[in-house]
Ligand binder design. Sequence first.
Ligand SMILES: NC(=O)c1ccc[n+]([C@@H]2O[C@H](COP(=O)([O-])OP(=O)(O)OC[C@H]3O[C@@H](n4cnc5c(N)ncnc54)[C@H](OP(=O)(O)O)[C@@H]3O)[C@@H](O)[C@H]2O)c1
Length: 318
Amino acid sequence: MRRKPLFAASPSSFLPSRRALLVAGAVMAAGASLPGFPLAAGAAPGTRRIPSSGEAVPAVGLGTWITFNVGNDPLLLERSARVMEAFFAGGGRVIDSSPMYGSSQATLGYGFDRLGRPEGLFAADKVWTSSQREGPAQMARSRRAWKVPRFSLMQVHNLRGWEAHLPMLLEKKAAGEIGYVGITTSEGRRHGLFEEIMARETLDAVQVTYNPLDREVEERILPLAAERGTAVIVNRPFRQGALTRRLEGEKLPDFAAEIGASSWAQLILKFILAHPAVTVVIPATTRPEHASENMAASGGPLPDAAMRERISAAIGGL
Ligand SMILES: NC(=O)c1ccc[n+]([C@@H]2O[C@H](COP(=O)([O-])OP(=O)(O)OC[C@H]3O[C@@H](n4cnc5c(N)ncnc54)[C@H](OP(=O)(O)O)[C@@H]3O)[C@@H](O)[C@H]2O)c1
């Protein structure tokens, strides 16, 4: 089954349909007022600036681990393309993947073939090998799988081989072959070493786990990122779905309406985005309607400090 693509499938042009423009417009309009929220000067609602460059990026991105590892199954490939379509229609641009994620990179390539690449696509990938020699070849393979001319951000996945890869990545950045350099971890792993690297190296971005129940990064990593001018990408916002599954069927607290959150997923994303050090959160999904719902969370008001505690307590208590 081939559905009509939402965007013209041309690698160099990006022609959003009337529907896409309407959806994106609604998302942006919803974010028109953010009382008290410290948006960087000039950043449009629903976007954040990368501190090292000032480039604005949409604050909700798309993860691909497991959800996009669909092999050659035509139905699942098409489903993934529909997720990308909904994500782009909602104004999404930041996509995160890794050579560790099975066929996810090739699934993205399939989606770009079907939909075209949106203007301003922010392609974030990772180098994931302990071999210094293998790093550049792996990155070249990843780029071919994604079918993109260049990665916006290249991260050292889980710090694997970081001593060897970081100088190589910084050289590639200086040569204009990649846009930004970063490191990742998740679920609190190796935070001590992570922090040391953050303090010592010049990094554009770090990627860590953060959500209303996993808040360790609030202690040192998020403040350090703010101090060092490092962008923060948040992974596992829903604990790989364990959190959203646990909350399914539970009544949303009445205060959620005050910040325009109509689901637990939106409440969690708004909790994350309200931390001033956070640049982008990258939920993963297999469902187009969830991609739209997640994108819409970046619009409208965000919780203040007191409401963030209420969100965390409400979720922790269930
Ligand atoms: N070390 C690292 O570098 C590292 C580690 C972990 C993750 N990551 C990155 O972070 C991304 C996100 O983390 P994750 O994949 O672990 O999972 P996650 O985003 O925490 O959770 C994904 C799950 O949430 C569900 N979900 C998404 N939107 C929803 C919504 N609106 N309502 C209800 N359920 C929803 C999805 O189910 P449905 O399919 O039903 O929507 C899916 O099962 C990864 O994909 C990857 O790109 C990086």
